[in-house]
Design a protein. Structure first.
Length: 157
């Protein structure tokens, strides 16, 4: 596989990852849509992919970066798939998804907790084309996983 094609692969994945992070930040801060903890966790793989793409671009002679990307997007698909399951009542929310304000006795702690304003993970506050952001992230993660698998397959030939 040509050196130029390897670099364009990493630039493409980098561009998609940066666009995804900026879109999430735009939705959260500009459109003022509250997010849950799982929404925040779903950003982490994209941040890692940006770093990995940087190394892959400059050290593209090493396949290790491609395998890292594959692992990152599989993890991203797993997190977003779990979030979809919570949204559709397939899985129970983990303790970090719910706010237990009723168990707090100290008023300062209660106010601090209310100011954090994190949503429950099962609540869908924003949809695009009828799909929750977790669903869109799941589709994107699967697509990126397949792109990386195709890239690795072509790299072997």
């Amino acid at each position: 596989m040509s050196h130029k094609l390897k670099k364009s692969f990493y630039l493409s994945i980098l561009s998609i990852s940066i666009f995804t992070i900026f879109s999430a930040l735009y939705i959260e801060y500009v459109l003022s849509i509250p997010v849950c903890k799982l929404c925040l966790y779903q950003r982490i793989p994209y941040i890692f992919s940006i770093v990995i793409c940087f190394f892959g671009y400059f050290f593209s002679n090493n396949k290790l970066w491609s395998y890292f990307l594959l692992l990152i997007f599989l993890i991203s698909a797993t997190i977003s798939g779990y979030h979809i399951g919570i949204e559709n009542n397939i899985f129970k929310e983990f303790s970090g998804c719910t706010s237990n304000n009723l168990n707090i006795i100290d008023k300062d702690e209660l106010l601090q907790n209310l100011n954090n304003n994190l949503q429950n993970c099962k609540d869908v506050n924003f949809r695009i084309f009828g799909l929750s952001l977790a669903t869109i992230n799941f589709i994107l993660s699967i697509a990126l996983t397949l792109i990386v698998i195709k890239y690795l397959h072509n790299e072997k030939n």
